[in-house]
Structures are given as structure tokens and as C-alpha cells.
Design a protein around this ligand. Structure first.
Ligand SMILES: CCCCCc1ccc(-c2ccc(S(=O)(=O)CCO)cc2)cc1CCc1ccccn1
Length: 240
């Protein structure tokens, strides 16, 4: 991955996105409003517009028992599972395998009335980060998805409006070893998930429509995604 043309950009964006994800809601600057809550899952957004278009940053935090950060990032990054959990995905193609930790995707998402259908081209990078707070604690895992251009898929040349996104999924595993010295099991692990995204919807779409879509789709996505991982991993060895 180090020699690929995108590597400098990938490294810069990953460092930047992880720093943002690590900041708590309080530190992240004011203006965050809680717009969805379900048990441990809390979703915040900031209302921002760019040239009259809604580009609300989103930050979701969730704590899920029985899975690890590596498992969450593995199922988020790996293409073969995506149709199982991505609620609005219509078509997904891997355009380039840049390295074993970096892929390039082209995705079209189902049309959401009354807006026109969207597509997106992005690189996706998975990385393990040292746990700065607790040296001998489990590592932090992250996946960063960042829009990019691809010569074979120019923006807005077909039926779809090209969206631009920057997404960071950052996961911190927590291990609470059993008191009685029995071997570690899934009851002793949990994962703190931070999901940040900024999406520019590309062409114009009514602010009310976009905010309604995000309010409905993001909680659905995170609940369905985490339920999927719990189900996929329950009878498998723990991936740290
Ligand atoms: C009027 C519709 C405007 C655009 C809607 C939209 C915008 C962004 C996205 C999207 C694309 C990828 C990601 S990802 O985190 O990288 C995961 C890999 O798939 C995340 C969200 C999707 C959708 C379509 C509607 C929608 C909104 C949230 C969640 C799911 N679907």
C-alpha cells in the first residue's frame, strides 16, 4: 500500500478522520444535536449547508456486547458481506484492489423518491491503530471510506447523481476477563463503535427530504449492521 499513488492522501485522511472520531461529542465543537437514540446507540448531527445543499455531519456512538472492533471493521470493509447489511445498496463493484487493506468501490444506492438515484466512487482502507490510552489493551480498528475519482466512472454521466462522502468507522474493543479464571468468551468482550460521516448529496435534493432520509436510514443501517455481525460471529472464535 505504501507505494500506491493514493497512499499519501489515504494516510492523511485516515489520521484526520481518526482524530475527529476520537473526540467526544462535547469536544467536537458545539452544535451537535441528538436526533436518534436506541438503547446504547446515540446518533448526533450538525445542520450544515453548502451552496444550499444539506451536508450535515453525522456522528453515531454505540456499544455492542459480544463482538470486537476487528470483527466490526472486518464485516464493514469486506465486500462479500455488504449486500447482507447495507440497507439501500443496489449495485456494488470493486474497481481496484489497491492492496490487501485498501480497495476502491463503485456503488449505486436505491433511488429514494422524490430525489434522483445516487452513486458513489470511494476508496476504503482498513487499519489497526495502537491503543494510546492503554498500552497493553486491545488495539483500535478503523475503516475510512473516502470519495475519489476513477477514469472509467466519471461523475454524473449516466442516470445517477454522484454523491461525495467521507466516512470513518472507529472501534475500540473492551475486555472484562472472567473473575474465576475461566477462558475468555464473548460475554467478556464488547465494542465501542464511533461512526462519523459527511455526505454531499451531489445534485440538489430538498433539505427536508435529505434530513428525513438520514433520520430514517442511519439508525436502521447501524442497528441492522451490528445485529448482522452478532449473528455472523456468535459461533466463531473471537477475532481480536
Ligand atoms: C436523496 C438521497 C441522497 C443520498 C442518500 C445516501 C447518501 C449516502 C449513502 C451512503 C453510502 C455509503 C455509506 S458507507 O458508510 O460508506 C457504507 C458502504 O456502503 C454510507 C452512506 C447512502 C445514501 C442512500 C440512503 C442511505 C442513507 C443513509 C444510510 C444508508 N442509505
Amino acid at each position: 500500500a505504501c507505494q500506491h499513488r493514493l497512499w499519501p492522501e489515504i494516510d492523511k485522511v485516515v489520521q484526520q478522520q481518526v482524530a475527529m472520531a476520537r473526540m467526544g461529542i462535547g469536544e467536537c465543537g458545539s452544535g451537535w444535536q441528538l436526533f436518534a437514540e436506541d438503547g446504547e446507540m446515540k446518533m448526533y448531527r450538525r445542520e450544515e449547508e453548502l451552496d444550499g445543499m444539506v451536508v450535515d455531519p453525522l456522528k453515531a456512538v454505540h456499544v455492542v456486547k459480544g463482538i470486537t472492533g476487528h470483527e466490526v471493521c472486518h464485516y464493514f470493509f469486506t465486500p462479500q458481506y455488504r449486500y447482507d447489511w447495507e440497507t439501500t445498496l443496489e449495485q456494488m463493484n470493486v474497481l481496484e484492489t489497491i492492496s490487501d487493506d485498501t480497495l476502491m468501490f463503485m456503488q449505486t444506492h436505491k433511488r429514494i423518491w422524490p430525489a434522483s438515484q445516487r452513486d458513489v466512487v470511494f476508496w476504503s482502507h482498513i487499519r489497526k491503530l495502537p491503543n494510546e490510552k492503554d498500552r497493553d489493551g486491545p488495539d483500535i480498528w478503523t475503516v475510512v471510506n473516502n470519495s475519489t475519482e476513477h477514469p472509467d466512472y466519471p461523475a454524473n454521466n449516466g442516470k445517477c447523481v454522484r454523491i461525495f462522502l467521507k466516512v470513518c468507522l472507529m472501534c475500540q474493543t473492551r475486555v472484562d476477563p472472567p473473575k474465576d479464571g475461566t477462558p475468555l468468551s464473548r460475554e467478556n468482550v464488547s465494542c465501542k463503535i464511533t461512526y462519523c460521516s459527511v455526505v454531499n448529496p451531489g445534485g440538489w435534493a430538498p433539505a427536508s427530504v435529505l434530513r428525513a432520509v438520514y433520520k430514517r436510514e442511519y439508525p436502521k443501517f447501524l442497528k441492522r449492521f451490528t445485529a448482522y455481525i452478532i449473528n455472523q460471529t456468535k459461533n466463531k472464535p473471537i477475532m481480536f
